[in-house]
Design a protein around this ligand. Structure first.
Ligand code: FES
Length: 109
């Protein structure tokens, strides 16, 4: 398990997503109000970056820009077709205004 101090919460606007690469993993960080969620950045339907998609705050989800699959930001589970497989989800917390990501390598793959 590794912990990564990423950036200040203020570096990401509410209702937007930002892509980071950590330990070779591409991860979409999404801010909703003062909470941050982290899921795998690559859509499970095709090789498309989810952080380029559309944040849906009411559903706590992000919509893939290519074909419109929705992914739950809390779990990485797809909420709509055409995606049927989840993307990874990661633990992320905000401590003293800093976004901190934890990767559990054993649970991840
Ligand atoms: S590539 Fe994401 S829904 Fe098709």
């Amino acid at each position: 398990m590794t912990t990564h101090n990423l950036f200040a919460l203020d570096a990401i606007e509410p209702g937007t997503a930002r892509k980071v690469t950590v330990d070779g993993r591409q991860i979409a960080l999404v801010r909703l109000d003062d909470d941050v969620y982290a899921i795998g950045d690559t859509c499970s339907h095709a090789d498309v970056s989810l952080s380029e998609g559309f944040v849906e705050p009411d559903e706590c989800a992000i919509e893939c820009e290519r074909h419109g699959a929705l992914f739950d930001l809390r779990t990485g589970e797809p909420l709509s077709l055409p995606a049927v497989r989840p993307v990874p989800s990661y633990d992320v917390v905000v401590v003293d205004g800093e976004v901190i990501l934890t990767i559990d390598e054993e649970a991840d793959e």
